[in-house]
Design a protein around this ligand. Structure first.
Ligand code: XMP
Length: 327
């Protein structure tokens, strides 16, 4: 049988009991596969890599080496949260790399979205490779591959089995304990492993991070404003019960300024654009109604609290014709 096909006999994991049974089975399988060898994992803080990390820590403890690369395009407190949950909470063997300057220096004056994506992706692999080369005796590479990744790579939609993009001399055997699970099953397993609810149910966040929301050529001051405005939006969505109702919500900031006023003085600033969409598969998306009072409050907070922003706009374009992201 093709080892990349989900067995028909596999029941969907919908409850804590089924998740516990899956975890017990995988703990045994991972121990049998890797013995006393070491395993490397790129831990982004996303759902899939976080669940794999927690599962492997349970199975092999400090034999797992996690590398978290902060590319400087994370949302507010995200890297801190990864350290808190995994290093402080689970006592993980975690290497934290703050590569902010490397990424942002490479991105200076680059305004084309696809070029930005390529630079971020390539630099990520380079940083990860450098960290991997510093380590001795690593035989396995863990990946948060899930079943839709396998299906998409089979159909030729998305390349996936690329060993994290590492060069040929560093190819390692893969450990992919959640490769037959769908996203909602990964979440049930994550909760059963004790990961925080907000980590397991977090909204999708693109690999290039805030890089594709700081529109055009990224500057540090505009990126900072974006991060702060996005944190306010998330806080208000949480407080007003919208985080559970809206699939993806964020701020994008274009590379343009308009005239405004602050403290009775002329104040030129960027507009913050709110995007909040609902979808099942991200192929099409609809606009969720946000109560007007919440929009007012968010606008007040962002324009008062965030340096550099003087207007807030609300994008009510469905997909199509818009895409979810602006870039
Ligand atoms: P669009 O903008 O194409 O987005 O409607 C659909 C979904 O994909 C996410 N997205 C990305 N995810 N790397 C990712 O990992 C990317 O470069 C990327 N671009 C878009 C987007 O956030 C939305 O959920």
């Amino acid at each position: 049988m093709d080892s990349n096909v989900r067995p028909d006999s596999m029941a969907r994991i919908t409850t804590k009991e089924l998740a516990d049974a899956f975890i017990a089975e995988q703990v045994e399988a991972v121990r049998a596969q890797v013995g006393d060898k070491k395993v490397l994992l790129a831990l982004s803080g996303g759902v899939d890599s976080s669940v794999v990390a927690a599962l492997l820590i349970k199975a092999i403890g400090k034999q797992l080496v996690c590398v978290h690369v902060n590319h400087g395009l994370m949302r507010k407190n995200e890297s801190e949260n990864v350290i808190e949950v995994f290093k402080d909470g689970l006592d993980a063997n975690l290497i934290y790399v703050d590569a902010t300057d490397r990424f942002l220096d490479k991105l200076v004056d680059v305004s084309d979205p696809e070029k930005k994506r390529k630079i971020i992706g390539a630099e990520f692999i380079r940083v990860f490779e450098e960290e991997a080369r510093k380590l001795d005796g690593i035989d396995y590479l863990a990946q948060g591959t899930i079943y839709p990744d396998i299906i998409e790579s089979k159909k030729g939609i998305k390349a996936h089995h690329n060993d994290g993009g590492l060069p040929d001399d560093m190819k390692m055997e893969l450990v992919e304990p959640v490769k037959f699970l769908y996203k909602d099953e990964v979440r049930v397993v994550g909760e059963a492993l004790g990961l925080p609810h907000n980590m397991v149910y977090r909204q999708p966040f693109p690999g290039p991070g805030l890089g594709v929301r700081c529109l055009g050529a990224i500057t540090r001051d505009r990126l900072h404003a974006l991060r702060e405005a996005d944190a306010i939006l998330r806080e208000e969505f949480d407080k007003n019960g919208l985080a559970e109702k809206v699939w993806q919500y964020f701020i994008a900031i274009p590379d343009m300024k308009s005239v405004g006023q602050r403290n009775e003085k002329r104040y030129e600033g960027w507009p913050a654009i709110i995007r909040a969409v609902n979808t099942k598969d991200a192929m099409t998306a609809t606009i969720e109604e946000i109560p007007y009072a919440v929009l007012h409050h968010i606008t007040n907070r962002i324009t008062r609290e965030v340096e550099g922003i003087n207007r807030v706009l609300y994008d009510i374009t469905p997909k199509p014709t818009g895409t979810i992201e602006w870039e």
